[in-house]
Design a protein around this ligand. Structure first.
Ligand SMILES: [Zn+2]
Length: 226
């Protein structure tokens, strides 16, 4: 009874365009959903994301939901998710992505969703891992379980020799540690991340997971620049 009045005083805002949202929809208005640049990468084994990882790490399937454009709707949504504390935007984006990609049977042979961890310092500052909320949105649609505890991102501050520092610079800040190998053994894991750029963090995370016996990996990100 009181909800319409509440919405009149405090209208729900679309985090993509800033307009008030009418009706039941949350976080993204219907017009902004319709105007996202859907990537529709139907060929999951040969697309720009797969090509980015060629010779680096093997993903069974890889896809991204929508194109990241500067000053675009998706950039505004990801900004709200990562820097304004609106974690529910991640859940909404995860649901939209799962509904769109799910029509292709992408999820059929996936066993578990794994949000790419961010390191503790960052998580404490932000209060949460944004990819966890994206994964929860995907779970709402696919009913696949989420694993958020088997792998951790470390930041190494130990002093290194000059040679090591030179050779390992790229990986030094992107080290992932497996905490539970047994849980993921024999699983097809879907890595979940918000945006893909160089792929170096995903590569480091995937490399750690591929040390587990009989693991297969796939990848889904909300945004990509392709
Ligand atoms: Zn909007």
């Amino acid at each position: 009874m009181l909800k319409p009045l509440f919405n009149l005083i405090y209208p729900k805002i679309c985090y993509a365009c800033g307009d008030a949202i009418q009706g039941k929809r949350e976080h993204i208005c219907i017009s902004c959903v319709a105007n996202l640049s859907f990537l529709k990468m139907q060929d999951f084994k040969n697309n720009p994301i797969q090509q980015l990882f060629l010779g680096r790490v093997h993903f069974e399937k890889a896809t991204a939901f929508a194109k990241f454009e500067n000053n675009g709707r998706l950039q505004n949504l990801l900004h709200a998710l990562k820097y304004k504390g609106v974690k529910e935007v991640g859940t909404t984006l995860g649901e939209l992505a799962a509904l769109d990609i799910g029509t292709t049977r992408f999820f059929d042979d996936i066993d578990i969703l794994l949000p790419v961890p961010i390191h503790d310092k960052k998580r404490k500052k932000r209060g949460y891992n944004q990819s966890q909320y994206i994964a929860e949105g995907i779970r709402n649609i696919t009913e696949l379980p989420i694993d958020s505890t088997s792998i951790r991102k470390e930041v190494h501050t130990k002093s290194q020799t000059r040679k090591q520092r030179y050779e390992r610079f790229e990986n030094a800040t992107k080290t992932f540690t497996l905490l539970d190998k047994d849980k993921l053994r024999d699983h097809h894991i879907l890595l979940i991340d918000d945006v893909i750029t160089t792929g170096s963090t995903l590569e480091a995370c995937a490399s750690a997971l591929l040390k587990i016996r009989n693991v297969r990996l796939s990848l889904l990100t909300i945004a990509a620049t392709y």
